[in-house]
Design a protein around this ligand. Structure first.
Ligand code: GDP
Length: 445
């Protein structure tokens, strides 16, 4: 998968990784080539541009991680940006099919792999999620298409709606809905007819069917090898029908990865699955991380950089711990802790990781200590001067007033923060003596 792009990028980074230090010019040159590679891989120009900009902004001014070359670090940044572009809010493998019978509408152009994907997905839902699935072909133009679905159904052990010659697609859809309801099916999948090109009649027909069943998921099946065309098809279907996700087929071929990248960026729709062959098992959940790794073909470097970063974070933690043991815990430390808490899922998450703190976590929770409060506390600290952060004991009435006002909060909020800083400082000191701190901090970084 994505060999072209991968090879191209490998070439760029090979040159880069051989150098010891990375100048701004190097970054620019490398990214220019990345951009060409993306365009050659059929990524649309605006997407490639936005992508490169993001990488450039990040690469420039970033502290170079110890124990990897700057070139390797750029690889990591490019990788992360790829993952970000490819990632949506949803869990790609989790379809919205809770209320039975849930209709799934499969749409796309002819030859894109719609019928094959319908069966692959039905098999997956039946086998992995234990769903009772009914499939129905609405392709009234090609009787062979109906037979094809029926044959696949028999092969994978999934029911298909009996074929009634001469029925219109909307009537077949109604019949499928009825049968799914009466037969106690969890899901019914409608394999709509495709055309070689998008036309008005096709769109109208799919729209009518959509109005009859109100699908829970409308999945567009497109040939991943068609690159930019696939993206255009997705845009059209989304504008007229409204799609909830995309399945990219033929990703087993020596395809151009551009489709995956610009599909997400241009349509904003999640790629749910990828087709990796003709066999019924050849359907996988779309995994941004994996695809990005494949695009780059440099997974090793990515994990190397990750390890290096972990080392640095561990060193940081070690330094912090030494300070805490000496009883030094100022507002800068507290701010770092609070930010870490937000990253780790709030107070509850972090306390859960610290030994012996379960009880305290519950109290904190009861006191309504949530993300909003953490953010307010960070705002208070940000409102302090450098001197105040390092020496919170100097805070008197007038300083307190100014700080609280700066954060848009009350002095009483600030007092609570100060109390917390003192308590945490004491706690860290105590824990430091008993060796517990080291244990606790392991979980925190
Ligand atoms: P439809 O017209 O959209 O329903 O397309 P079909 O499901 O009939 O598929 C057209 C052809 O593509 C068939 O020969 C499938 O076996 C093949 N096909 C579908 N998905 C994939 C895939 O992910 N990889 C490969 N290599 N072939 C596929």
């Amino acid at each position: 998968m994505f060999e072209n792009l991968s090879e191209r990028l490998s070439g760029v980074f090979d040159r880069l990784t051989k150098q010891g230090a990375l100048s701004e010019d190097d970054v620019k040159t490398a990214l220019r080539e990345v951009r060409v590679a993306l365009l050659e891989a059929d990524v649309s120009l605006p997407v490639a541009r936005a992508f490169i900009k993001r990488v450039q902004d990040r690469a420039t001014g970033q502290a170079v991680t110890k124990s990897v070359t700057p070139g390797q670090q750029v690889v990591k940044i490019v990788h992360d940006a790829l993952v970000e572009t490819l990632t949506g809010d949803e869990d790609p493998g989790k379809l919205k099919i809770d209320n039975p019978p849930a209709p799934i509408l499969m749409v796309g152009l002819q030859g894109g792999g719609k019928t094959t994907t319908t069966a692959k997905l039905a098999k997956r839902l039946a086998e992995r999620e234990g769903k009772k699935v009914l499939m129905a072909s609405l392709d009234v133009y090609r009787p062979a298409a109906m037979d094809q679905l029926a044959i696949l159904g028999t092969q994978i052990g999934v029911d298909t709606l009996p074929i009634v010659p001469g029925q219109k697609p909307v009537d077949i859809a109604r019949r499928a809905k009825q049968q799914a309801t009466m037969g106690g099916y969890d899901v019914y999948m409608l394999d709509t007819a495709g055309r070689l090109h998008i036309d008005e009649t096709l769109m109208q027909e799919v729209e009518d069917v959509r109005n009859v069943v109100t699908p829970r998921e409308t999945l567009l099946v497109v040939d991943g090898l068609t690159g930019q065309v696939a993206v255009e098809v997705a845009e059209e279907f989304d504008a007229k029908i409204g799609i909830s996700g995309v399945v990219l087929t033929r990703m087993d071929g020596d395809g151009r990865g551009g489709a995956a990248l610009s599909m997400r960026a241009v349509t904003g729709k999640p790629i749910r699955f990828v087709g990796l062959g003709e066999k019924m098992e050849a359907l996988e959940t779309f995994e941004p991380d994996r695809i990005a790794g494949r695009i780059l073909g440099m997974g090793d470097i990515v994990s190397l950089v990750e390890k290096a970063q972990q080392t640095i974070e561990a060193e940081q933690a070690e330094r912090m711990m030494k300070r805490f043991q000496k009883g030094r815990f100022n507002m800068n430390d507290l701010k770092m802790q609070l930010e870490q808490m937000l990253k780790m899922g709030g107070m509850e998450g972090i306390m859960g990781m610290m030994p012996g703190m379960g009880k305290m976590a519950k109290q904190v929770e009861a006191a309504g200590f949530d993300d909003k409060i953490i953010r307010q506390q960070i705002a208070l600290i940000q409102s302090m001067t450098k001197l105040e952060r390092a020496n919170p004991q100097i805070l008197q009435a007038s300083r307190k007033k100014r700080i609280a006002k700066g954060a848009g909060l009350d002095v009483s909020d600030l007092n609570k923060l100060l109390k917390m800083q003192r308590q945490m400082g004491d706690m860290m000191k105590k824990m430091g003596k008993g060796g517990m701190l080291k244990q606790a901090m392991k979980g925190m970084f």
